[in-house]
Every structure is written in structure tokens, then in C-alpha cells.
Design a protein around this ligand. Structure first.
Ligand SMILES: C[S@@+](CC[C@H](N)C(=O)[O-])C[C@H]1O[C@@H](n2cnc3c(N)ncnc32)[C@H](O)[C@@H]1O
Length: 286
């Protein structure tokens, strides 16, 4: 089929899914070479309760390659960090949205650990949406959005939003997305948004997942200097593809405070938390 304009603002909208799925996470615990790294999570009960299949590596954005248990555990860690932030900032959560949820790495854990929360996810990739709605607990509802900011949700309807590795790729409409999230969040609601900052760029090394996409770009040395500093407020490393979601975006922390701070109170900026990216905890003013 010829490409049409929707192909530029969403992914796989007209592709029919043909999924293979993996077993639930418990099947991969013993064979996962990295399993000891996750012991701090105390995951035994979560592992027992999560009887849902895992996506294959291809259906989860390549996350954790062949390490299927690690993929699952990373989502548990991220979900618990978001829950802890809500508790810390005294936000009672009934309605939660994970923007750019992919095949549910994080929301599957909200569904099993917080069964009373209305768990929603959205993604521009229809295959991810289909995957979640077929294989995750029925208490999760996932819908497709596109890269032009517009969510089919009522204003002031969410208590909690997360976006893991999504604003790290949003090149156009970044502030419009912030306005859209602001619209659907209730006063006092918080958002957990991961970002690349100038620190990410100077901290990263060849072992980071980001390295190849940034440092192999043909123009990168015209943009950054030998200390990996970039000019201006934000840097976009764009691979030219005929679709949205093919860039890596880096922000100066001062810009995040000044510009993102116009929409939200910046409660926290956590550096490299818990792994490679920085996290902003934002609150819609009461
Ligand atoms: C790097 S992946 C991260 C997936 C997931 N958040 C996780 O941490 O496992 C980025 C995801 O965001 C989605 N995405 C990119 N731009 C988006 C947008 N404007 N709105 C919703 N999803 C978007 C992509 O399709 C992809 O699934």
C-alpha cells in the first residue's frame, strides 16, 4: 500500500499483527545471566502474580535483548519508582496513563501491583497497542495516539502520568505535548518524564544503548565540541526517516527549568535514575 499522511504521524496503523509471545517471566528467571542484579527488588510475589506472557524482543523495542527476565524486572523497578514518587508527593492515584507504553513494560506491573488503579497506556505504534490489549490483564486499557498532541481523555482526569524514553525522542510539538498532558492532568497530579540532558551526553560511553544512535551520526561532530557540549537550549540528533520517532533529543537543565517550568512545578530532577536517563517529576499546580 502507498504511504499516506497517517504514516508520518503514527506507526504500523495499517499493519496486521502476527505475534509470537514468550512465556510469563518466571520461565526465564534461572537462565537470565543478570538476575542477581535485580535481587534488591524483592520480586518473588510480583513474579508469582504476573502470569501474563512477555513480548518477544522484537515486540518490545529490543529492550534487554535475550534477557527476558531482566526486561520484566526493569519494568517492575520503574513502576515501583513511579509509585514511590506518587507516595512521596502525597498523590492519591486512581487514574494513571503511561504515554508511549510500547508493549506494556511498565503498565503490566501497575495492573498486578495496584489492581484498584485504572491503568491506561497509549502509543503511536498500533502493534504495541494491539499487543497490550491482547495479552495484558484486562484492567489495562491501551489506545493509539499519533505524534500530533491530542489525547482522547477528559481534562483534569488523570492523577499520574509517566513517559519513559518518549520525550527523549519527541522532536516536534514538545511544548504542545506538555500542554496536552497539563490539560488531562488534574491539579496536584504528577508526571514522571525521563529526559536526556547535557549530563547524559557527557556521561555516556560505548556501553550505553544510546551511544550508537548519537555518536555514529554523520553530523554529530558538527554539533558537539570535543567536550561533548552542544550550543543552544536543546539538541536534536535526527536520522532522516519518513516517519516520526527517529530522533534523539537532549535538553539543557536550565531550559527544562525555565520552559517546562512554565507548565508545571518542577518537583525533582533526578540524575541517571535508575540507569541512563534523567527523570523529571513535574506537578500540575493546584
Ligand atoms: C524507546 S520506546 C520506550 C517504550 C516504553 N516507554 C518503555 O520504557 O519500555 C518509545 C516508545 O514511545 C512511542 N512513542 C514515540 N513518540 C510517541 C508519541 N508522540 N506519543 C506516544 N508514543 C510515542 C514509540 O512508539 C515507542 O513505543
Amino acid at each position: 500500500m502507498d504511504k499516506i499522511w497517517e504514516d508520518l504521524i503514527s506507526l504500523n496503523s495499517f499493519v496486521e499483527p502476527d505475534f509470537e509471545v514468550l512465556k510469563p517471566a518466571a520461565a526465564y528467571l534461572e537462565s537470565d545471566a543478570k538476575k542477581a542484579e535485580w535481587d534488591k527488588l524483592k520480586y518473588a510475589t510480583a513474579l508469582k502474580n504476573d502470569t501474563y506472557p512477555l513480548p518477544t524482543t522484537k515486540d518490545r523495542e529490543g529492550y534487554y535483548g535475550p534477557h527476558h527476565f531482566s526486561y520484566w524486572a526493569s519494568g517492575l523497578e520503574d513502576a515501583r519508582n513511579v509509585m514511590d514518587a506518587a507516595r512521596k508527593h502525597k498523590v492519591k492515584v486512581k487514574n494513571y496513563l503511561d504515554m508511549g507504553c510500547a508493549s506494556g513494560r511498565v503498565i503490566r506491573h501497575f495492573a498486578t501491583e495496584k489492581p484498584k488503579v485504572n491503568v491506561m497506556g497509549c502509543d503511536i505504534n498500533r502493534l504495541h497497542v494491539e499487543w497490550c490489549n491482547r495479552y495484558l490483564p484486562s484492567s489495562c486499557s491501551v489506545f493509539q495516539n499519533h505524534s500530533i498532541p491530542n489525547l482522547p481523555l477528559a481534562e483534569n482526569s488523570l492523577d499520574l502520568v509517566s513517559a519513559f524514553s518518549v520525550f527523549t525522542h519527541i522532536e516536534a510539538f514538545e511544548t504542545t505535548w506538555l500542554m496536552e498532558l497539563h490539560r488531562v492532568m488534574r491539579p496536584g497530579a504528577i508526571a514522571w518524564i525521563t529526559v536526556h540532558t547535557e549530563d547524559t551526553l557527557t556521561d555516556m560511553n560505548e556501553n550505553w544503548p544510546l551511544w550508537r544512535a548519537v555518536m555514529n551520526h554523520p553530523d554529530i561532530h558538527n554539533i558537539i565540541d570535543k567536550n561533548r557540549h552542544f550550543p543552544g537550549e536543546r539538541m536534536v540528533v535526527r536520522w532522516h526517516k519518513d516517519r516520526s520517532y527517529s530522533s534523539n533529543v537532549f535538553y539543557k537543565k536550565e531550559y527544562l527549568q525555565d520552559v517546562w517550568g512554565r507548565f508545571f512545578n518542577v518537583l525533582e530532577l533526578r540524575r541517571r535514575f535508575p540507569r541512563f536517563q534523567d527523570v523529571l517529576v513535574l506537578q500540575k499546580p493546584e
